[in-house]
Design a protein around this ligand. Structure first.
Ligand code: NAG
Ligand code: NAG
Ligand code: NAG
Ligand code: NAG
Ligand code: NAG
Ligand code: NAG
Ligand code: NAG
Ligand code: NAG
Length: 433
């Protein structure tokens, strides 16, 4: 072989291996085992590329400043609800809480503001209570905030091996960045809920901005995974009746928690692994001492980084021994239709614990070939699944976000290059609390 031909072969091999390392679909992404390879962007994921080209999403990782100029559907939905949103002033600016307001907030807690009062039972009329515990005794409502993480395969593999499903609270910007990882949640049968677009403090947004943080995340999840979520969790638990109402009008019910692992605080530098382990152990001890003999618990944990995911794996055995059942929150509530689309069904609690398949929807128009659902997000207000919201959450550290926002004038979708830059910035300023 001539030297130039060997070089060509070598180049072809290199190109081939480089190609092989780029995910082409959910299955190829899910098969990667090296975290660096897992985090190779799917830079030609067509639906997202088209949406980027059409400026259909706000700039990722930046707080939503307003509805996009040509989003007539979003504008109509917002207009339809805006007159009835509880008249509560934003508690800060563009997702950053005003500490002064926090300090002077009335002890009577007029807004049912979780951040200072751990309130989960709304005071405004017509607002559904939060889900802060699950009705099934000795049961743990299991779930993870902040995903999809690009290198989550070892974690999702572990859950699959255990036949364990969970509720995944996905950040819209992460879904745009890591579409195949988001699709894996559906493939593996997890339940997807909304965890906002930019992961800021929701009570510190105007009505329109708060709407946008939820609305564009719903749109991103629908575009990438094909399903429209019906549940959400506020970042750092920051919710009041104004925000609850906006979410409810978008068809989302609010899921809080009763036990906080504080696992996210380790990478933020405000907790040690030993403290997090003590939090897990306290939940286990409570379960063993009968604390959940009548009503189950919900835990707050994160799909944030290797540490939080590995800690979840390490503690799974103890949790499994302490609880009779560990299930996604929607399963504990018999939410058999977790999404707006009727052709996706979820197991009832009984089906889940007996390892039986979910019952297909018998009125399933959408599953008929050639018949699209045509359903769109948030057409109705959220049903209130279950009514158990006895628990109050534990505070997740400082209520102030401490999140730098960077330049926030862009309203069009950033390019993938900018995506990486912004992600890097987020890493530095701890965007992903
Ligand atoms: C939506 O609005 C943006 C910003 O004004 C514009 O660049 C884009 O072309 C519009 N897209 C469509 C599909 O009209
Ligand atoms: C914070 O809230 C106080 C009222 O409690 C207000 O006077 C002040 O201007 C606000 N600060 C900012 C930066 O918005
Ligand atoms: C995911 O986890 C990896 C490994 O800990 C980490 O490097 C990365 O920053 C995380 N974030 C995202 C958005 O994937
Ligand atoms: C965390 O990183 C270690 C070391 O690279 C790896 O062995 C382990 O599988 C990772 N855990 C998860 C959950 O990704
Ligand atoms: C699990 O429980 C055992 C026994 O109480 C305890 O020693 C251990 O620290 C717990 N956590 C892990 C991760 O094993
Ligand atoms: C879920 O279904 C089971 C079995 O039918 C029932 O016992 C339980 O009360 C239901 N839970 C809710 C929240 O509806
Ligand atoms: C599609 O669904 C609609 C609404 O349920 C139904 O009326 C129609 O017959 C269906 N079309 C096909 C081709 O199945
Ligand atoms: C549900 O219907 C939609 C639209 O027809 C289709 O794209 C999707 O694959 C279906 N999902 C399931 C789980 O059958």
């Amino acid at each position: 072989m001539s030297p130039s031909r060997s070089a060509a072969v070598l180049l072809a091999l290199l190109a081939g291996s480089a190609w092989a390392q780029t995910p082409t679909n959910e299955a190829s992404e899910a098969a990667f085992t090296d975290p660096v390879t897992e985090c190779t962007p799917a830079n030609n994921f067509a639906p997202v590329a088209a949406a980027v080209a059409a400026s259909s999403f706000p700039a990722i990782w930046l707080p939503v400043q307003s509805l996009l100029p040509n989003d007539s559907e979003g504008a109509a939905k917002f207009a339809a609800m805006s007159g009835s949103i509880p008249n509560i002033a934003p508690k800060g600016v563009l997702g950053v809480l005003n500490e002064t307001i926090e300090d002077t907030y009335p002890a009577a807690d007029p807004d049912c503001w979780w951040t200072v009062a751990t309130c989960v039972t709304p005071k405004a009329p017509g607002v559904n209570p939060d889900i802060a515990s699950v009705p099934e005794p000795n049961t743990l409502g299991y779930g993870f905030d902040d995903g999809p993480n690009c290198s989550h395969n070892a974690f999702y593999d572990f859950l699959s091996e255990q036949k364990q499903k969970a509720t995944m609270y996905y950040i819209g910007s992460n879904v745009i960045d890591w579409p195949y990882q988001a699709q894996r949640a559906i493939t593996d049968g997890h339940e997807i809920c909304v965890h906002t677009w930019s992961h800021r403090m929701m009570t510190a947004f105007t009505n329109e901005q708060a709407f946008g943080e939820l609305w564009y995340t719903i749109q991103a999840i629908k575009l990438v995974t094909g399903v429209t979520p019906t549940c959400w969790r506020p970042p750092l638990g920051d919710v009041d009746d104004r925000i609850r109402y906006i979410a409810q009008q978008l068809g989302l019910f609010t899921i809080m928690w009763k036990y906080n692992s504080n696992d996210w605080e380790v990478s933020a530098g405000s907790a040690t692994p030993a403290q997090v382990q003590a939090n897990y152990n306290a939940l286990v001890a409570d379960a063993q001492s009968g604390a959940f003999d009548t009503v189950g618990a919900i835990i707050l944990t994160h799909e944030l980084n290797n540490y939080t995911m590995q800690t979840a794996i390490d503690n799974y055995k103890n949790l499994s021994a302490a609880f009779k059942h560990i299930v996604p929150v929607g399963v504990a509530l018999n939410q058999t239709q977790p999404y707006v689309e009727s052709n996706y069904t979820q197991q009832t609690f009984e089906q889940y614990i007996n390892n039986e398949a979910a019952t297909p929807d018998i009125n399933n128009e959408a599953a008929t070939p050639g018949n699209s659902t045509g359903s769109d997000a948030g057409t109705g207000t959220a049903a209130a699944p279950g009514s158990s919201s006895t628990g109050s959450g534990s505070k997740s550290g400082s209520a102030s976000s401490g999140e730098a926002t960077g330049s926030s004038s862009a309203v069009s979708v950033s390019s993938f290059g900018l995506t990486s830059v912004v992600l890097g910035l987020c890493g530095i300023v701890a965007c992903l609390l």
